[in-house]
Design a protein around this ligand. Sequence first.
Ligand code: PLP
Length: 376
Amino acid sequence: MSDDPAQVYRDVGVQPIITASGSTTMYGGSRLRPEAIRAMNDAATVMVHLEELNREAGKVIACITGAEAGLVSSGAAGGLLLQAAACIAGSDPVKMSRLPDTQGMRNEIVIQNTHRFSYDQAYRAAGAELVGVGNGRSCAPWELESAINDNTAAVAYLISPFTSRIALTLPQVIEIAHAMGTPVIVDAASRLPPRENLRKFVAQGADMVVFSGGKAVRGPQGAGILCGRADLIEAAAANASPNRFIGRSMKVAKEEIIGLITALRIFAGEDEEAETRAYIRMCRQAVDALVEVPGVEATVEHDPYDYHIPTAVIRLTDDWAGPGRDDILAAMQAGDPPIYLNSLGGPDEMAVDPFNLTDDEMETVIRRLREELVGC
Ligand SMILES: *Cc1c(COP(=O)(O)O)cnc(C)c1O
């Protein structure tokens, strides 16, 4: 590695940024763990049989998640597509070769309308037809029950704090779907940490669960973790690369599989309380530097229900006389280095997410925020 790792990007004319918005694919995702980098370097130079590697990596995922089986997928989004393919075509080569044409197959995936989101295109890409239930603000058990029929391949469930308050709970959905012999497939892509989630949804009875490997796990940015029932994981693997079916266009390389497994093992064993304390300490630094700015309210917020990583939230109050939130966000992005803050809160709120920040970067973020908010 060179003295300045950013040089490889400068060589192609790309300017490094500071990502204070959490793990966001558009802003670089996450930093790969050093242990995973080393493992990937080694793995890239040795030939292995992919079927054997997939099988053995799957056993590690199964052990860590408590599921019967596992598979490394191409991002969580690739895992969603494989969930749909597995439930629709199973391991039947005639059906697998026809996807995404699902004519004559059981191809409906039932999903609460509160769980419809942009990533559900991954289900449709495998040929699923989504059947939305509920009015988008709530869903009654009978609405879900009456939508499941002979054409239903699965019920999809999104683990998302912002919708889970108004949706049927996962245990409720599992009870209804299983009573009718239908599998439940879960997208928990961004719900790590808490680490207990690695086992929680499987333990609740979900038939397949997907997590991102490139978010908080800090494995390869393009990797995902799929786990669940042995027969369904076998079908997912049959549909996936290196086999020449619908998953072939979502190849996972041998060194990515090793990188993911290395990162996942370390992630699963880390001390979550110590990690949270370190994040709170970083956030407090930002809050302390901004708390006395007139018209600004700065607090460390940690609501593990919505988002497990503490953030430094900056709120512009009625007394704030400076530029609006969006102008501040734009000025931070236009600066040198460009800085991306989290803007998921209210219209007068922005947050510094410590997840992707080194201590030096946190200092730069604080200095730039003070420049924009107080001029020095
Ligand atoms: C991030 C995310 C995905 C996609 O995950 P990748 O690993 O980037 O493919 C899918 N679903 C949800 C809810 C996510 O937050």
